[in-house]
Each structure stands twice: as C-alpha cells, then as structure tokens.
Design a protein around this ligand. Structure first.
Ligand code: HEM
Length: 157
C-alpha cells in the first residue's frame, strides 16, 4: 500500500472522528442539560465521558502523528506558515478540550449525586456548564480553523 495514501487516509479519518465525535457528544450533553432531567443529564454525561476516552482521545493522538508523518512524506517544511498556525490552533483546541474533559467528569459526578438523592442540580453545575459551553466554542472554532488551513494551505506570511 502506498505510504502517503495510508498516512493521508488515516489523517482524514481521524479528523472526521475528532470533529464528528466532539460535535455529536457536545450536542447530546447540551440538549440533556437544557432538558433539566437530572437522571438523564447524569446518564448522558457518563456516555460523553466514555466517548471521549473511546474516540476523541485516540483521534487526538493519531491526528498530529499522521500529520507530521504527512509533512515528512509530502515534502512540506515543518515550519510552513499554514502548518505553524495549525500547530498553534491545535494546541489551543487541545488545552480547551482538556479543561472541557475535566468539567464533563465533574458534571457527571455532580449530576449522578443529585439524581441519587433526588435533589436539584447545585449552582456549581450551572457554572461548569457555562464554562464548558464557552470552551467548547473555542475548541470548535480552532479545529475549524485547522481544517481550513489544511485544505487551503495559504501563504500566511
Ligand atoms: C496538528 C498537527 C497536524 C499536522 C502536522 C497536519 C499535517 C497535514 C499535512 C502535511 C497535510 C497535507 C497532506 C497533503 O496534501 O499532502 C494535511 C492534510 C489534512 N489535514 Fe492535517 N495536520 C494536522 C492536524 C490536523 C487536524 C487537527 C485536522 C482536522 C481536525 C486536520 C485535517 C486535515 C485534512 C482534512 C487534510 C486533507 C486536506 C486536503 O487534502 O485538501 N489536520 N495535514
């Protein structure tokens, strides 16, 4: 099998998993939180945390690895402007995602506790949700920026 095609195929499939799982699970948790159904929120939050371990985490590793492999195979310089900007945006998306993951784990814990004791969600859950939403947008806009750079490969400077 052609090494370049293998690297590029893995890179694009991983990008689909990274962006698609992120979007899908974010919508599921957003919709659950808007429902106010505490046991439902706890269940969806648990599934979102699982999806992050099963899909997003491996894809988040495969993406830069296949990306750097592609740089080597396709003869681009590692410091091409569109690549440097991609590294920076991917780093920003990564930092936002790491905080989002810790928020999701805590949101699941708080919701499960409230569901078990049949009590309303505490204020800390609403605070987590607001920060989770804002960081979610940072992550998505950054990744969308990377995809645009990957496709257009513009001469930025
Ligand atoms: C952060 C490290 C990354 C590096 C070093 C990297 C490197 C590359 C390289 C060198 C190519 C061009 C391959 C070619 O045309 O021969 C490419 C294509 C591509 N990359 Fe990345 N990439 C990275 C991250 C990402 C991320 C985070 C995404 C999306 C979530 C992504 C999505 C794509 C897509 C869709 C293409 C195909 C573009 C096209 O064929 O028009 N990449 N990448």
């Amino acid at each position: 099998m052609d090494e370049y095609l293998l690297a590029r195929g893995l890179h694009i499939v991983s990008a689909i998993v990274l962006f698609g799982t992120g979007l899908g699970t974010a919508y599921q948790l957003f919709a659950a939180c808007r429902s106010g159904d505490v046991p439902g929120i706890a269940r969806v939050a648990r599934q979102v945390v699982q999806a992050d371990w099963l899909f997003t985490t491996p894809a988040a590793v495969v993406q830069p690895v296949t990306g750097l492999w592609l740089v080597r195979l396709s003869g681009y310089g590692f410091t091409e402007p569109w690549l440097v900007m991609s590294y920076l945006l991917y780093g920003l998306a990564g930092i936002a995602w790491l905080v989002v993951v810790t928020l999701q784990v805590d949101m699941e814990r708080v919701a499960a506790l409230a569901a078990r004791s049949s009590t309303p969600l505490p204020e800390v859950f609403a605070r987590h949700f607001r920060l989770w939403l804002r960081l979610g947008w940072v992550g998505f806009v950054s990744l969308a920026g990377v995809i645009a750079l990957m496709v257009a490969k513009p001469a930025l400077w």
